[in-house]
Design a protein around this ligand. Structure first.
Ligand code: FPP
Length: 277
C-alpha cells in the first residue's frame, strides 16, 4: 500500500491531467476542424527575454524553448496538421557568442536523440531545410540518423529550418537552376519551376505564419513561400507557449473561450496570454 502522501500527490497530478483534458476538449470544441491550415510555419522568438525576466542565463530560455517545441509539435500532430516548419537556427545566428552557439547545437543534438521515439510514436516524419552541410559534423550525423529513423512515417511532416536564410535559399536555387541550364541547354523559368529549386520543393507554402514575442518582422524566413500566408504575431514569449489557452498558475488568464482572431486554426492550442510571460 502506498503511504497517504503518495496517494495525495497521485490524486493532485491526476486532477491536473483531468483539468488540462477538459480545457483542451473545450478548446477543441471551438475549433473548426474543417478550416485547419495545411502548413504552419513558426518563428520561435523570445527565449532570451524569457530567461532575462527570470534572471536566468539565455541558454535556460533555449532549454525551456524545447518544451514549447514539444507542445507545439504534439498539438499540431494531434490535430492532423500535415506540415509544421520551425525556424530553429538562422544563418544570422552564427553571429551570436560562441558559447551560445555551442549550447544551441548541443540542445539540438539532445532533441534529435531524445525525441525520435516520440516522433515515431506520433507518426511524424522529420525534414530539414537550410545549408545543412555547413553545420558541425556531429550535428549532421544526428540529423541524418533522425531523418532516416522517421522516414517511414506517414503523419505530420516536421521541418526544422537549420542554418536557414531565405536569401541564401534563393541564391542556392539560382545556382541549381544555372547548373541545370548548363546541363540541359535550356530551361523554362516560371514561378512553379523556380519553386522546385527551393529547399521547400516537396512542401506546400505555409498558409499560416506565427511569430512569438511581438516583433513585426519576417527575419529572413521563407520569404518566397509566405507571399500569401496569413501572419499571426503573439506577444507571448516562445518558452511560454503551451497547448492550452489557460494555465492553472497563470494569473489573469482569460477564461477558455476567449480566443484570438485566427480561430479556425489549431493555434488556439498554442495560445497563452502574454500576462503569463
Ligand atoms: C530565438 O530566441 C530563438 C532561437 C534563436 C532558437 C530557437 C531554438 C529553440 C527553441 C531551441 C532548440 C530548437 C529545437 C528545434 C531543438 P532569442 O534567443 O532570439 O530570444 P530573444 O530575442 O528574446 O533574445
Amino acid at each position: 500500500m502506498l503511504p497517504w502522501g503518495s496517494h495525495r500527490t497521485h490524486f493532485l497530478s491526476l486532477q491536473a491531467v483531468v483539468k488540462t483534458e477538459i480545457l483542451e476538449a473545450d478548446l477543441l470544441a471551438q475549433i473548426d476542424l474543417d478550416r485547419l491550415p495545411q502548413h504552419i510555419a513558426i518563428i520561435m522568438d523570445g527565449n532570451g527575454r524569457w530567461a532575462k525576466k527570470r534572471r536566468l542565463p539565455r541558454i535556460a530560455g533555449h532549454r525551456a524553448g524545447i518544451r514549447a517545441v514539444r507542445q507545439a509539435v504534439e498539438a499540431s500532430a494531434r490535430l492532423g496538421i500535415p506540415y509544421l516548419t520551425l525556424y530553429a537556427f538562422s544563418v544570422e545566428n552564427w553571429k551570436r557568442p560562441r558559447t551560445e552557439i555551442k549550447l544551441l547545437m548541443a540542445l539540438l543534438r539532445e532533441y534529435l536523440k531524445k525525441e525520435i521515439g516520440e516522433l515515431n510514436r506520433q507518426n511524424i516524419r522529420l525534414g530539414v531545410i537550410g545549408r545543412v552541410a555547413d553545420l558541425p559534423k556531429p550535428v549532421q550525423a544526428d540529423l541524418r540518423a533522425a531523418l532516416e529513423k522517421t522516414r517511414q512515417n506517414t503523419g505530420m511532416r516536421l521541418t526544422l529550418a537549420l542554418n536557414y536564410g531565405a536569401r541564401t535559399e534563393v541564391v542556392d536555387a539560382v545556382r541549381a537552376l544555372v547548373e541545370q541550364l548548363r546541363y540541359n541547354g535550356t530551361i523554362d523559368i516560371d514561378e512553379a519551376t523556380f519553386s522546385r529549386f527551393l529547399y521547400t520543393r516537396d512542401v506546400p507554402d505555409p498558409d499560416l505564419l506565427i511569430r512569438t514575442s511581438g516583433e513585426l518582422r519576417l527575419s529572413n524566413f521563407l520569404l518566397w513561400q509566405v507571399a500569401y500566408s496569413e501572419i499571426w504575431v503573439t506577444d507571448t514569449l516562445w518558452p511560454s507557449i503551451r497547448r492550452e489557452i489557460t494555465h492553472p498558475d497563470c494569473p489573469g488568464a482569460p477564461p477558455a473561450g476567449h480566443l484570438p482572431d485566427w480561430l479556425g486554426t489549431p493555434l488556439a492550442l498554442s495560445y497563452r496570454p502574454a500576462s503569463c510571460g
